[in-house]
Ligand binder design. Structure first.
Ligand code: 5GP
Length: 190
């Protein structure tokens, strides 16, 4: 049996990774989703074990120490990480798995899984990204400016990825990613 594909969906903050990933999963139900661990508090409607494994800082540190995370990163004051065993077990059974993670974590995954498929979700333009970051509402101008400069730095990491997918329209972005997955399954691996 061939191993499954490890697909990493990443991209700058505010680009819509979560929305695209959710839409993609409903289109491709056989695609396994890697549920991350995080120290941030659950948002309204989020369920432990479904959206995230919600952990205390202490529990998260234990996971790091026991080498239970494939990668982890600190993002806006909280920790996020990918549980290792679930990813490895899924791949071993020949199923494809998708990780929706921020860019620093994605680069760490690449060191461990160079054969993974790294997809960078792009904003249609920087103006659009600014609108989306502002569109979240409550943030101050200083926070928005900071997020924009972080996003520009993040876009510069595109060079480390295999594919760039523009998120101009959710359905189109999903179609592009589905095409990538199909092509990767057809690829002749030497
Ligand atoms: P949120 O708090 O909005 O759910 O997620 C914040 C950011 O953390 C998003 O960019 C999301 O992609 C990223 N993220 C979620 N899970 C992980 C993970 O396991 N590892 C890393 N490195 N980033 C993650």
């Amino acid at each position: 049996m061939s191993k499954g594909l490890l697909i990493v969906l990443s991209g700058p903050s505010g680009v819509g990774k979560g929305t695209v990933c959710t839409a993609l999963r409903s289109r491709v139900p056989e695609l396994v989703y890697s549920v991350s661990a995080t120290t941030r508090s659950p948002r309204l409607g989020e369920v432990n074990g479904v959206n995230y494994f919600f952990k205390s800082r202490e529990q998260f540190m234990d996971m790091i120490e026991n080498d239970q995370l494939l990668e982890y990163a600190e993002y806006v004051g909280n920790y996020y990480g990918t549980p290792r065993d679930f990813v490895e077990e899924t791949l071993a059974t020949g199923r494809d798995i998708i990780l929706e993670i921020e860019v620093q974590g994605a680069l760490k995954v690449k060191e461990k899984f160079p054969d993974g498929i790294f997809v960078f979700l792009m904003p249609p333009s920087l103006d659009e990204l600014k609108d989306r970051i502002q569109g979240r509402g409550t943030e101050s101008q200083a926070t928005i400016d900071h997020r924009m400069s972080v996003a520009v730095d993040e876009i510069n990491l595109l060079q480390h990825y295999d594919y760039a997918v523009v998120n101009d329209e959710i359905n189109l972005a999903c179609e592009r990613i589905q095409s990538i997955i199909i092509a990767e399954h057809c690829k002749v691996r030497k």
